[in-house]
Write a protein that binds this ligand. Structure first.
Ligand code: MLT
Length: 411
C-alpha cells in the first residue's frame, strides 16, 4: 500500500508567501476599490534590461534554425555562463573559483531546497532566526527537523538575530552539521562584516560543519566592509557552499536562473569517516534529477556580465536601493524603528509595543492598503517585526511612504 511522507503533514498547511497571497486576495475581493500596494514578497517590478532581452532574442532565433538549435544542454550549465560567472563574480573580486565548481540551475530556491539530498538524513541543522522559510521547511520535508512545538522545531538549532544582539547571531552552543547563513540577510536586510563572517568560517573549520551560504542579495551591498562572497574569507572553500541568484540581481524572478558553487576543496566524511568530495555528489544529484536551465535563459544570464549588461543591472539595483532608502526614512519618520535597507532591498521594521507581527500586517493592510510580510512568519525571533521590500515601483514606494507617514500608531 502506498503511504505518504509523513513529514509533509507536519508542515504548516501553506508556505508563508502563499498564506499572505490568500489573505490579500480575500481583502481585495471584499474591498474592490482599494488600491493595494504590495511590499510583501520580494518580487521585482522593473522589466528585464535591454542587454539581457537582446541576448535572449538572439538565442530564440538560434533555436529556430537547424544549424544552431540546442537540445539538452549540460546539466551543470553551459561553459559560456559558468566561465562568465567565474570571471565576473569571482576572479574580478580576487577570488579563485573555477568554472567547473559552478553549477547553473533554475534558481537559488531550488538549490537551497535540494542541497539537503547530499547530506546525512540525521544531520543537525542550525539557522539564523528569523530565516528564509525554505531552509527550515525543506529540512522538515527531509525528516531532519523533529517535531514542531509552538512554532519551534525540536531538532533545529535557532540562532536569534534581534535588535538586542544587533542582528549578529551568536555561534551555535551545540555543534550542528549544517549552518545556513544568508547575507545580506533575508528578511532583516542586515549584514555581517568580513571579520564577523570569518568567525563562522573558523567555527566551521574547527567543528567539521558545512556552511550553506545564500548570497542572493550581494549586488545590493553598498558598504566596503561587507563581503560579497563567503570565499573572500581565507579557508572558506573547505567548509562552504555558496548560492547565488539572478532573480534580484537582474530581475529573473519570472525567468528563473541561479547557481551554486561547490568548491573542489570541500570534503565531508561518509558514515565510515572517509572524506568525499561534495562537488561530485552534487554533480551526481544534478545529472540525475535536473536537465539544466534553459539555453535561452542561460544566454540571457550571460549578458549580465557584458559591459552593457552590468551597467543596466547596476541601474536597476540602484533604483531599488533608492526605494529602500525612502522606505527606511519614511518608516523612521512615522515613529517606528527600522533596520536593514542599507545593503539589502529589505527593510525590517519593529512593530509598536505590544503589537504582534500579524496584527501589524492587518493594520497596514486595512488602514494603509499596504502588504508587508509578518516577521513571525520567518521564525520565532521575527515576532514583533514586519518586513517591507524595496522591489515595488518608485511611484508605489513613494505612495506607500505617504501612507505609512499618516499611520496612526496610537491605536
Ligand atoms: C522573499 O520575498 O523572501 C523572496 O522573494 C523569496 C524568494 O526569493 O524565493
Amino acid at each position: 500500500m502506498a503511504r505518504i511522507n509523513d513529514n509533509f503533514v507536519k508542515l504548516p498547511e501553506s508556505y508563508l508567501f502563499s498564506t499572505i497571497a490568500r489573505k490579500v486576495k480575500e481583502y481585495k475581493e471584499a474591498n474592490p476599490q482599494a488600491n493595494v500596494i504590495s511590499l510583501g514578497i520580494g518580487d521585482v517590478t522593473l522589466p528585464i534590461c535591454k542587454a539581457v532581452t537582446a541576448a535572449m532574442h538572439e538565442a530564440v532565433d538560434r533555436q529556430a534554425a537547424k544549424e544552431t538549435f540546442h537540445g539538452y544542454g549540460p546539466e551543470q550549465g553551459y561553459a559560456f555562463l559558468r566561465e562568465a560567472i567565474a570571471k565576473g563574480d569571482y576572479a574580478d573580486r580576487g577570488i579563485d573559483i573555477a568554472a567547473d565548481e559552478i553549477f547553473i540551475s533554475d534558481g537559488a530556491k531550488s538549490d537551497l531546497g535540494n542541497i539537503g539530498d547530499i547530506f546525512a538524513a540525521d544531520a543537525v541543522v542550525a539557522v539564523t532566526d528569523p530565516v528564509y522559510p525554505v531552509y527550515v521547511d525543506t529540512n522538515v520535508m527531509a525528516g531532519r527537523a523533529g517535531e514542531c512545538v509552538g512554532g519551534v522545531w525540536s531538532r533545529i538549532e535557532y540562532l536569534p538575530c534581534t535588535e538586542a544582539n544587533d542582528f549578529v547571531p551568536a555561534l551555535p552552543a551545540k555543534v550542528p552539521s549544517l549552518i545556513y547563513l544568508c547575507y545580506p540577510n533575508n528578511p532583516t536586510g542586515t549584514t555581517l562584516t568580513r571579520s564577523q563572517l570569518a568567525k563562522w568560517v573558523d567555527y566551521a573549520r574547527r567543528n567539521g560543519c558545512v556552511i550553506l551560504y545564500d548570497s542572493a542579495y550581494e549586488r545590493y551591498i553598498t558598504e566596503e566592509d561587507v563581503p560579497h562572497s563567503i570565499y573572500e574569507i581565507p579557508g572558506a572553500k573547505e567548509v562552504s557552499i555558496e548560492f547565488r541568484s539572478f532573480s534580484k540581481t537582474a530581475g529573473f524572478t519570472g525567468l528563473r536562473c541561479g547557481y551554486t558553487v561547490v568548491p573542489a576543496a570541500l570534503k565531508c566524511p561518509d558514515s565510515k569517516g572517509n572524506p568525499v568530495e561534495l562537488r561530485k555528489l552534487w554533480n551526481r544529484r544534478q545529472t540525475t534529477k535536473f536537465n539544466g536551465a534553459s539555453y535561452i535563459i542561460q544566454c540571457g544570464a550571460a549578458a549580465v556580465y557584458t559591459p552593457e549588461g552590468s551597467v543596466q543591472v547596476r541601474e536597476s539595483v540602484d533604483y531599488y536601493m533608492r526605494n529602500a532608502r525612502r522606505l527606511s526614512e519614511g518608516v523612521a519618520k512615522a515613529g517606528l524603528k527600522v533596520f536593514g535597507g542599507k545593503n539589502a532591498p529589505y527593510v525590517w521594521v519593529k512593530t509598536p509595543d505590544g503589537v504582534t507581527s500579524w496584527e501589524f500586517f492587518e493594520k497596514l493592510l486595512h488602514e494603509c492598503n499596504l502588504v508587508c510580510t509578518p516577521g513571525s512568519g520567518f521564525g520565532p525571533a521575527g515576532e514583533g517585526y514586519v518586513r517591507l521590500t524595496a522591489f515595488n515601483t518608485e511611484e508605489n514606494t513613494l505612495e506607500a511612504v505617504r501612507r505609512i507617514e499618516r499611520l496612526d500608531l496610537s491605536k
